[in-house]
Ligand binder design. Structure first.
Ligand code: OOG
Ligand code: NI
Length: 271
């Protein structure tokens, strides 16, 4: 797949299941901005059939290289970020995986059963990253059981392979000077921020400030019927220059830890 085609497919899938993202993008554009994408993120399980290396394949084929790695002890996650070295304007890619063996045997068996239900050819598809929930219609009972151990596992079971967020490059917005201004604008327009760890994660000293709106809650098919659960979210990033004058391109584990929670059902206010 060509670079533009991959990002177009990812955006189409993501914006369909994340109505707020298209709304926010339209709002920025109406204010006179062009919206550039700083990075996307993809989630997976560390099973060798679908681990980071497997999902990174289409990006490696485009010339992306692994740059940074991150561990999240409490959430039992590991992540890598990838950059296209010869093109600093290309979106960065953040891929994380659930460290399945660190959870209960029951969760390990659930994940294995989900993946075993598919033929190996399913994991070899070149557009695996936009295949979503490849397996059978999920069970709400299993969703809740996974959620008790890991919001990430439960989210992954239902949403599968997709960009779980795109990220507005705030440095490139013409009518905003700071992430704080962006957040005020979003709140004025009725969007709910992920306030876990503060609305702004990271500091100028860390060279990266990030915020995100809470994931949309959308009707989702379960064996037991339709339920409202989280899909994807939109992130906003402001980067500061390093000593060499170039903008910092990495991620900050402590901030990322809180950004993950944008899809947590526990952050959603009860209806
Ligand atoms: C990724 C969360 C981390 C960032 O920019 O720090 C992240 C996720 O929600 O899968 O995107
Ligand atoms: Ni992000």
């Amino acid at each position: 797949m060509k670079t533009n085609e991959v990002f177009e497919k990812l955006w189409n899938q993501y914006s369909k299941k994340t109505p707020s993202a298209q709304k926010v993008k339209d709002l920025f554009e109406r204010e006179g901005n062009t919206v550039f994408n700083d990075h996307i993120a993809i989630r997976t399980f560390n099973d060798p059939r679908v681990a980071i290396e497997v999902l990174a394949k289409p990006f490696i084929a485009m010339g992306y290289e692994p740059i940074g790695e991150y561990t999240f002890e409490a959430k039992k996650l590991y992540a890598k970020h990838f950059e296209l070295k010869n093109d600093p304007t290309a979106p960065k890619i953040f891929i994380s995986q659930l460290l399945v063996e660190e959870f209960s045997l029951k969760l390990q068996e659930r994940v294995k059963a989900i993946l075993d239900s598919l033929p190996n050819t399913a994991f070899e598809q070149e557009d695996l990253i936009v295949k979503g929930c490849l397996w059978d219609t999920p069970s709400f009972e299993i969703y809740q059981e996974l959620q008790a151990e890991s919001e990430y596992a439960a989210w992954m079971y239902v949403n599968g392979f997709c960009a779980n967020h795109f990220t507005v490059d705030v440095n490139k917005l013409a009518t905003f000077d700071s992430l704080e201004q962006v957040n005020e604008f979003l709140k004025t327009n009725g969007f709910k921020m992920n306030a876990s760890g503060g609305e702004i994660k990271g500091t100028p000293d860390q060279l990266l400030e990030q915020s995100s709106i809470l994931a949309d809650v959308v009707p989702t098919s379960f064996k037991e019927g339709t339920k409202e659960i989280t899909s994807c979210y939109y992130e906003f990033a402001y980067r500061y220059p390093k000593a060499d004058g170039e903008l910092f391109t990495g991620f900050i584990a402590n901030s990322a830890d809180k950004i993950f929670e944008s899809t947590d059902m526990k952050l959603q206010s009860p209806k």
